[in-house]
Each structure stands twice: as structure tokens, then as C-alpha cells.
Ligand binder design. Structure first.
Ligand code: IMP
Length: 437
């Protein structure tokens, strides 16, 4: 069985906890796109793990983790993360962590170019994580990227760094920054690549063999649907394809081998960085945004940036369900809404007074959206840690049913807190079958 897990909104929906929960019943967890721009927080008892590059399955020592070909990997960030996780008592060996020889490397000049690119865009900047993700994917598409397999040969690594840096330095200098030196980059990267060598593997072959042996594989998306470079709120997106189709290319898995798609949806929306956000709580609703930010701890796990907060957007989430073909949804952070008198849900869009039924392609249209809201009564009582649907307050159950109805997909799991056991799994749902089989 192969299941893809994807955020339905703009990221930070709480995928980390759900992957961590599922990892117990899966043999392999593979990431298929992005790099250390992601940030998952996973809480296990007293310990908090912040994962950026490694799949959330890494905390389960029986799970094998894969960084697939679709990823961009910063070797320095990779080992920093491994060292941090090892310090917390988790064993990470090449037997349980495999890195694709076809993944691309993020180099120091990619980070520098991420800065210059944002500076060039000025008022229209993307608000990237400045980790070099976009420039690394640009080099990949431009056919000048350095893949893990290329870097394993020191001569090739040296030549490619020299060649690419010549061009990168022209831009870096243009923006008033000192040029980077090829010999320094080589001396920094070459030992890291040597350290990486034992982890390098033909990961798509590894996954194909695992599939033959009926192993259970989870494909973990980072970022989320509305940040997809093709389907998201372009140009305010990341440079890869988190959507379900991207899982096939990014992990090297035939599309028809994928058995199901799980969407992660939060009870409200957030966004970090710039870009249109139709249901954003603006000045008028600043107190509400602050309440949600504080109750939901809505600050970037990696960048610590405060996240922009907004109401649940059923139009955008339906769009995500359609694009990814969600079979089931995990609804996260129900408890964050416990304190609210009323909860708004965006059920439609208007642009210049006209009803719009599809998710607009153009940022200008997205900015012009006037959301049409339904208002539901809050439940005003604590749901933290509830594990059975029937123990939820009636109004909370109504809210969940309303969301499921407006997206058109079952909600098979409800998260009522950050801990593993603060979870409701709905009996007889598609989701339940993934935990069991
Ligand atoms: P990049 O991926 O660093 O190029 O950033 C592009 C956009 O994606 C920016 O708006 C980032 O804030 C956003 N982004 C990247 N990774 C994440 C994530 O893991 N969660 C939420 N937003 C993200």
C-alpha cells in the first residue's frame, strides 16, 4: 500500500503529527519534494522534535526513511538535523535513511541568490524561507544543477561549482555582495558529500522492491497544495510540486501504484510569507488573529515568523481536494477554536460583486476576492485530548460535519492536541483502514 499525505492549504496544517501517527503502521516514509524550507514539529512525551529535511518517520526506529529524487538537499542542514536527532537518543544509520543519488544539492550560492532574487522583486517579493530552495530548482530545470551522484566524484563537484559560481557571482556582485569563492565552497561541501556517501541509494528502485514485498509506504509532501508551483497561488509559491502528481515524479513511483491520498486540513487557515490569502483576518479582526496565533502557536517552526491567520476557506480546500483526489482528510487543531463564540467559514467567492466558483489562477483576482461567509456557533468548551467523536460537544461535531460537507470528502481523523494520543480516528472511515491494513 502506498499513501500520499499532503497539506491542503498553505502549509503548517499539522502534517508532522499525522505522519508520525501513521508511521507506526508503515514500513517506509519518503519525502518527494522541497528541502529544509519545511518545518514539522512533532511532540513525543517530553521531547519536541523539529524536522526540516528528514521525514517525520525518522523518530520511529523501525521505519526506513527516504529523501527522494524530487528533493533539494543542503548537505550542511542534513547533517545538522541528523546530529540534533541523534542527540535526543534516536539512532540514524544508512540502513534506515536513504538519500536519492538523483536529488539535487543546495549550494551556498543558492542561498545567496535567494536573497538577491527577493531583493530584485522588491514590493513583489515572495517572502521565501531564504534557504536557497528556488535557485536550486532553477538550476535543476536549467540543467546545470549538481546532483548527489555528480557530487560523489570530487573532480565533477569542483568543476561544476567553478562553472556555476562564475554566473552566480555576476548576480551576487550586482547586488553589492562580495563574490563567493569556489575553493572555499568546495572545501566546505566535499567533506559533507563524503559523509553523505553511505546514505546514497537508488531510492526509486528501493521503493519498487519494497512495493513488491507488500511493504507499506507513506509519501510525505512538504509545503502544501496552494504553494504548488503549478497549481498554487503563483508566483507566491514554492518551486516544487507538493500535489499528489508530484509524489509520483518526485519519488519515482508509477502513479497507478499509489493506493490513496490523505489531505491534511486545519480548522482555520494560515500563511507565511507574502501572497494572496482571501480569508485573512485583517486589521478589523486583529484580536481574533492574535487569539488564534497564540492558541495555535502559529509561528514558523524554522523561521519563527508569525503566521498570518485566517478563517477556513472551503472553496480553496475543495480545489485542493479536487487536485489531489483526497480519499480522506485529517482535520487538525480543533481545540484551538474552543474559545471562540462564533466561527466563520468561507463558502464562496465574489470578485467585483460577481460569484466565482473556481479558484482563480491570477494573483490579482485572488487579491480581489470578497469571501462569502457562513457563521457557525462556537462550542465554548474544552476539546483538548478528546479521543472519541461522541465526546465532542455537539457544536464541535456540527462544525466538523459542516467542513466535511463543504469539501465533499470524509474527515477520518480529528486532532485535539499536539500529542499522539490526542486524536480521534473515526470508525469505518477510509483513514481507519490505513491504520489497520
Ligand atoms: P521557498 O520554499 O523558501 O522558496 O518559499 C516560497 C514560499 O513558500 C514562501 O511563501 C514560504 O513562506 C512558503 N513556504 C515554504 N516552505 C513552507 C512550509 O513548510 N510551510 C509554510 N510555508 C512554506
Amino acid at each position: 500500500m502506498i499513501i500520499v499525505i499532503i497539506g491542503a492549504q498553505w502549509g503548517d496544517e499539522g502534517k508532522g503529527k499525522i505522519v508520525d501517527l501513521l508511521a507506526d503502521s508503515f514500513d517506509i516514509v519518503a519525502r518527494y519534494q522541497g528541502g529544509h524550507n519545511a518545518g514539522h514539529s512533532v511532540y513525543v512525551g517530553e521531547k519536541a522534535f523539529v524536522l526540516r529535511l528528514l521525514p517525520s518517520g525518522i523518530i520511529h526506529e523501525d521505519t526506513t526513511c527516504v529523501l527522494s529524487n524530487g528533493m533539494v538537499i543542503d548537505p550542511k542542514a542534513f547533517f545538522e538535523e541528523i546530529d540534533q536527532i541523534r542527540e535526543k537518543g534516536i539512532s540514524i544509520t544508512p540502513e534506515r535513511l536513504k538519500v536519492s543519488s538523483r536529488a539535487h544539492l543546495i549550494m551556498p550560492y543558492h542561498r545567496a541568490l535567494d536573497h538577491t532574487s527577493e531583493e530584485r522583486l522588491g514590493n513583489e517579493k515572495i517572502g521565501t524561507t531564504l534557504r536557497g530552495i528556488g535557485p536550486a530548482y532553477e538550476d535543476k530545470a536549467g540543467r546545470r544543477g549538481i546532483r548527489v551522484a555528480d557530487a560523489l566524484s570530487p573532480e565533477v563537484l569542483k568543476l561544476r561549482i567553478e562553472r556555476n559560481l562564475e554566473e552566480a557571482n555576476r548576480i551576487i556582485v550586482l547586488y553589492g555582495q562580495p563574490p563567493l569563492r569556489a575553493d572555499e565552497i568546495f572545501s566546505e561541501i566535499a567533506p559533507l558529500v563524503e559523509r553523505l556517501r553511505p546514505f546514497v541509494s537508488e531510492t526509486s528502485h528501493f521503493l519498487a522492491e519494497a512495493k513488491k514485498q507488500n511493504k507499506k509506504i507513506l509519501l510525505e509532501g512538504a509545503q502544501a497544495t496552494l504553494l504548488d508551483v503549478d497549481h498554487g497561488t503563483y508566483p507566491y509559491v514554492t518551486s516544487s510540486n507538493p500535489t499528489a502528481g508530484g509524489a509520483s515524479v518526485g519519488a519515482g513511483i508509477p502513479p497507478h501504484h499509489i493506493s490513496g491520498v490523505l489531505g491534511i486540513v486545519r480548522t482555520y487557515a494560515t500563511r507565511v510569507g507574502e501572497g494572496p490569502f482571501p480569508t485573512e483576518m485583517l486589521e478589523r479582526e486583529e484580536d481574533m488573529a492574535n487569539l488564534i496565533r497564540q492558541r495555535g502557536n502559529e509561528y514558523g517552526s524554522v523561521t519563527k515568523r508569525p503566521r498570518r491567520c485566517g478563517w477556513f476557506d472551503a472553496v480553496a480546500t475543495r480545489y485542493a481536494a479536487e487536485l489531489n483526489g483526497f480519499d480522506s482528510i485529517a482535520l487538525t487543531k480543533l481545540d484551538v477554536l474552543d474559545a471562540l463564540d462564533e466561527i466563520k467559514v468561507c463558502v464562496g467567492y465574489q470578485i467585483n460583486g460577481e460569484r466565482v466558483d473556481t479558484f482563480p489562477a491570477v494573483a490579482q483576482d485572488l487579491i480581489a476576492i470578497e469571501p462569502i461567509y457562513a457563521t457557525l456557533e462556537g462550542w465554548k468548551s474544552e476539546t483538548v485530548g478528546i479521543t472519541k467523536l461522541e465526546d465532542l460537544p455537539a457544536k464541535a461535531r456540527e462544525y466538523v460535519e459542516f467542513l466535511s460537507g463543504s469539501i465533499g470528502v470524509e474527515i477520518g481523523l480529528i486532532s485535539t492536541g499536539p500529542e499522539r494520543d490526542q486524536t480521534i480516528i473515526l470508525p469505518d472511515s477510509v483513514m481507519e483502514s490505513w491504520f489497520k491494513s
